[in-house]
Design a protein. Structure first.
Length: 113
């Protein structure tokens, strides 16, 4: 059983797919706090990379099909300082595309190409 098998979808998602966009430290801190009640996903997306766009589409499909944790997307080109702050806080080296699972305030899994 993996992290996504025991995840519950929030009763009130930010969007119909449960997806939100991270645009500042307040958003990140709220997401970390939310991870105390269940896992959340952060996708670091490069808006200038076709591969990143394809992977984001796959991640969105996964979230919809599996009822997986809430997904927060960070556009790293437009907000590199937040991406760096997330890397520092989680200890996960920045890459794109990159998916990070956060649970109880900590990165518990991550993957990139």
């Amino acid at each position: 059983m993996g992290i996504f098998d025991r995840a519950e979808v929030s009763a009130e998602p930010v969007s119909p797919t449960g997806e939100s966009r991270l645009s500042g430290l307040d958003d990140w801190n709220a997401l970390v706090a939310e991870s105390e009640t269940g896992p959340v996903l952060v996708f670091k997306h490069s808006t200038v990379c076709g591969i990143s766009a394809h992977v984001l589409a796959d991640v969105r499909d996964f979230v919809r099909q599996r009822g997986a944790p809430r997904l927060a997307v960070l556009h790293v080109v437009e907000n590199r300082s937040l991406s760096n702050a997330i890397s520092e806080q989680t200890g996960v080296r920045h890459e794109t595309p990159q998916l990070i699972a956060i649970e109880n305030g900590h990165a518990v899994w991550h993957a990139s190409h």
